[in-house]
Design a protein around this ligand. Sequence first.
Ligand code: M6R
Length: 600
Amino acid sequence: MCGIVGYIGNNDAKEILLRGLEKLEYRGYDSAGIAVISENGVQLFKEKGRIASLREVVDPNVECTCGIGHTRWATHGPPSKTNAHPHQSSSARFTLVHNGVIENYESLKREYLQGVQLVSETDTEIIVHLVELFMKEELSVEAAFRKTLSLLKGSYATALLDNEDSDRIYVGKNKSPLLVGLGDGVNVVASDALAMLQVTDRFVELMDEEIVIVTRDSVTIKTLDGIVIHREPYIAELDASDIEKGTYPHYMLKEIDEQPLVVRNIISKYQDDNGNVVLEEDIREAMKAADRIYIIAAGTSYHAGLVGKQLIEKLANKPVETHIASEFLYNMPLVSENPLFIFISQSGETADSRGVLVNVKKKGYKALTITNVPGSTLSREADYTLHTFAGPEIAVASTKAYTAQMAILALLAVDTAKNSGIEFDFDPIQELSIVATAMETLCDQKEAFEKIAREYLTVTRNCFFIGRSADYYVCLEGALKLKEISYIQAEGFAGGELKHGTIALIEEGTPVIALATHEHVNLSIRGNVKEVAARGAYPCIISMEGLHEESDRFVIPAVHEYLTPLVSVIPLQLIAYYAALHRGCDVDKPRNLAKSVTVE
Ligand code: M6R
């Protein structure tokens, strides 16, 4: 979702900002802009569409060493050049970018900005007008900025330029992520460290309701009341090469192929010299002490949570509920006496999950975050974090983060069982190694999935995925992958549920992809396939070695029954990838979607 960059140093600000915005493209956006301070004052460049289009309108001759930039994912007002950020105050003295949603912008407009002509339809624009308004009260720019931010309700990460001062960027944050990066005679601002690794790997985290005054040589963090705060920087452990595509045509394909490596990485990070799973002692204790686990997540991470529920219940004999983050607060169950909340989030920034976390912490419950980004908001605000070590995931469609989340949940389940004295016959390290090898075998057979995609999905308008037990959860994920990148109407169903309504949708030629990787449901799911085939469907069975039949379209190498989702999802990821490719879709940046969903 929207991304922010800022630069103040001695080099060409416009090029650094544009490169920074390119690194944020993966988050999803529909327009972009930069503002730089030149000899002639602030120069503004905005464009609807891709950064490549913005590049074309940026004047290459502008000399500048300070500026801010933004990628916008429309919330208030459609994508357009006018609604793109940065926005300016009426006199054009102030220029501002913003990520988040200002919930009370209508009432602030009514109360303070009656006579002001607003140019855009955004909630953002009022912020920059308020700063200008409060300057009339003879406040300093900093004080006017703090006063403005203290009136805002909602979420913001924001950066402000003053046309009369080319030596300062003012930054503010509440609920939306924002970092300040430290260099030598240069400092930067970014929604995400990836954007500014080109300048530095030393970053300072900002907390909610803080502002920062950024100059070339200093970074001063303050509360909205003006109290100075000292905070140590950290080194972002990211390798710039991790975010390059290399020889791959798309990030999604690269990330699918990285899954065996990610699983092996997880094995090595969570294993001691004796081959035992090692988790932090306080996580072990929290799991042991909990009488019920509540998993909260969105999208693909929610699907990993469904598998996690099965794993923890089967192995550790502990009751688990998995909930969609955006629904949890409306449909909050009666929480047990001693719950533990587990938040699963690739980005660690999902606003829906964070909304639940804030609520849960207010009630004094303990929270654990499973995330790919340890310094993220959900990681910082929870009591404990388990890192998925999947490396940056750039494609909007989540792939390696999902398998990593399930691998971590398996280790957590095993460790909890062990710690509670429960006997089981499952060596997670050995079984995950088998999974990694099976994943490799699947990734080496891409032609088979390309063929399935071409045959089944090139012209269809819909597709169903059916499975039972854990296969059903993977079907939900397979359907999400297909719809988000190929725009084919796709749904995942529990095989047994079809005849209760959905089977009415089956027509001559409707593609139905069925997973059959579990012995106890093998016959029943095959029965469901027969039912849809009898009504004209075009079925494609993907089964597991040992359970397969001759007519199956693809047979996955056998892995332990607890871990089948980690491998059975790979054919579905690849089928979705090739379907999108055949239909000419933008695989890595699907329409309307954002990688990091930072608004509720
Ligand atoms: O960063 P998170 O894991 O919290 O994100 C949750 C969802 O937005 C995300 O999984 C989304 O569904 C993906 N685009 C699916 O591929």
